[in-house]
Each structure stands twice: as C-alpha cells, then as structure tokens.
Design a protein around this ligand. Structure first.
Ligand code: IPD
Length: 277
C-alpha cells in the first residue's frame, strides 16, 4: 500500500530545501527587522516570505490540508489543531539568531494527522543540516541515522532551555529560578542556543541530553518532536505527564529518567495554550 504521508514528507523536504535557500541568501544581505508583540519579539520580511512560499507550495499539491504557521497566526489566522492532515510551520525558528547571524537558525515543519505528528523536518540553515524523521522509521541528519545519547544520569547531562517570557517579571523570575535549580542538581551545564527546533535536534543527535521550555508555540515544537522520539528520546509535559502539542511547554530528553528528574525540579507557571479562544 502506498504510504501517502511519506509522499507528503518527500514533498516537504523539497519545499524545505527551497525555503532554506532563501534564508541562506537573506543572511548575505541587509536584514530589515520589525517588532511584533514587543521589542524582543522580532520578525523580518524573510519570515513572512518563506512562510508564504512554504504554504503555497504545499497547498498547490494538497489543497484540502490545513495549516498553522507562525506568521499566519500573527496576522490573525486561527491556531487550532484538528484531526485533519495539518502542516505546522515555523519559517524561521530563531529569528533573533537570524537577525544577528548567530548560527542556529532553522526552518521547521511538523505534519500531524489525528493530532499525532507523522513526520518532522528541521533544516538548520547556517549549519546546512537537514534533519528528517518519519513516524516509525527513525531520525536522520543529512541522510545519516541519528540517536539520542541515552544518558540516564542527570548529573552527567547537558541541558538546553531558553529565557523567553521577559515581559512578565513574575514569569521571568520563575524561568531564572528554574535554571538555577537545574544547575544546582547539579548538571554538567545549561545552554540557550536560541532555536527550539534546533534544540530538539541537538538532543536527537546526542549533542545535548535534554531540553525544557515553557512559553513556546506549537510551530516551535512540531518538527523537532518527531526528531526526538524517532531518535529514541522521550517527550513529555513539563509536569512529567503526557506531551500536548498545543500546551506551549515541553521536556525532551535522552531517557525518561532524565526527563522526570527535570520535571521534578521545575516550577510550572501558566503560559496559555496555542488553541486558547
Ligand atoms: C523562538 C525560538 C526561541 C525561543 C522562543 C521562540 P521564533 O522562535 O524558538 O528559541 O526561545 O520562545 O519563540 O520566534 O524565532 O520562531
């Protein structure tokens, strides 16, 4: 039987290559920066252009499919996940990195059916790394299989997170306190690379042992989620419960033990949902 989602994935890889080429070319030119919700929430003409290109190239082939894209949602489109085949798109994950040419900038696309991620593609543009994962078929970087470190000991782990939600002082304090708690476990170190999708790929290929975050969006998580699970890692809610793609929070790790240990340390704060009315 033909695997129609595999056909979608093959198309997605080609579209992501085109998108990545545009991002790489844009890095060679002047970058005009605009602000979205705050002076630290940035967008560029390239984010918008790349999202339009991705959606039109996919819609042309799959006109009945649904889309959730970061810039479309910023422009007022709904962000609701249904059972229908849905493409969840971040045209540039790591826009601040893009603006500064800090080398972790990615195009991230996750594809869901019945709210389950069927495949994920993350292209790390400056590193020229194409990460791909299809449910049940493994995870790859530039065609070569990748796997998580398998680390079970939190005290030997390198942990990734990000320092978002700077607007709300109470949340920001909790973010900082959480970083301190993780450092005090102790762990080998904490890093903030600046692209959620790349963070998940770093865990998927064993360069880091865990990543946690409260306050991101489904388009930051969908592509990378497939990479981590197909590379043998775990993905869960920040509380240690089941992962929910629309919950704006997650822990991914090389092993359930490391993930649960991180969950045990973290203070949870309300960060809303992607699908909140
Ligand atoms: C951002 C990145 C960053 C994370 C932010 C995200 P964007 O995505 O993933 O690592 O800290 O919360 O919004 O806005 O550059 O697509």
């Amino acid at each position: 039987m033909t695997d129609s989602w595999q056909e979608c994935m093959n198309h997605c890889v080609e579209v992501t290559k085109q998108a990545g080429k545009i991002v790489r070319e844009a890095l060679e030119k002047d970058i005009a920066v605009m602000e979205k919700s705050s002076p630290t929430d940035l967008v560029t003409e390239t984010d918008q252009r790349v999202e339009k290109l991705i959606i039109s190239a996919i819609r042309e082939k799959y006109p009945t499919h649904c889309f959730i894209g970061e810039e479309s949602v910023a422009a007022g489109a709904p962000s609701v996940l249904s059972d229908a085949p849905t493409w969840i798109i971040d045209p540039i994950d790591g826009t601040t990195n893009f603006v500064h040419r800090f080398p972790f900038v990615s195009v991230s696309i996750g594809f869901t059916v019945n709210k389950e991620v069927e495949f994920g593609i993350v292209y790390s543009c400056m590193e020229d790394k194409m990460y791909t994962a299809r449910r049940g078929k493994g995870a790859f970087c530039n065609g070569l299989p990748i796997k998580v470190s398998g680390q079970e000991d939190i005290t030997k782990s390198l942990v990734l997170t990000e320092m978002g939600l700077k607007k709300d002082p109470e949340h920001f304090k909790t973010v900082m306190d959480n970083i301190q708690k993780i450092l005090n476990v102790p762990v080998h170190g904490v890093r903030c690379p600046g692209s959620a999708a790349v963070n998940m790929c770093l865990v998927a290929c064993g360069a880091a042992d865990a990543y946690y975050h409260q306050g991101i969006y489904c388009w930051d998580m969908a592509g990378g989620a497939a990479l981590v699970t197909e590379a043998g890692g775990v993905i869960m809610d920040i509380t240690g419960g089941p992962f929910d793609l629309m919950s704006r929070r997650l822990i991914v790790a090389s092993s359930p033990r490391v993930a649960q240990r991180i969950a045990q340390e973290l203070t949870v704060f309300p960060c809303g949902r992607d699908d909140a009315p």
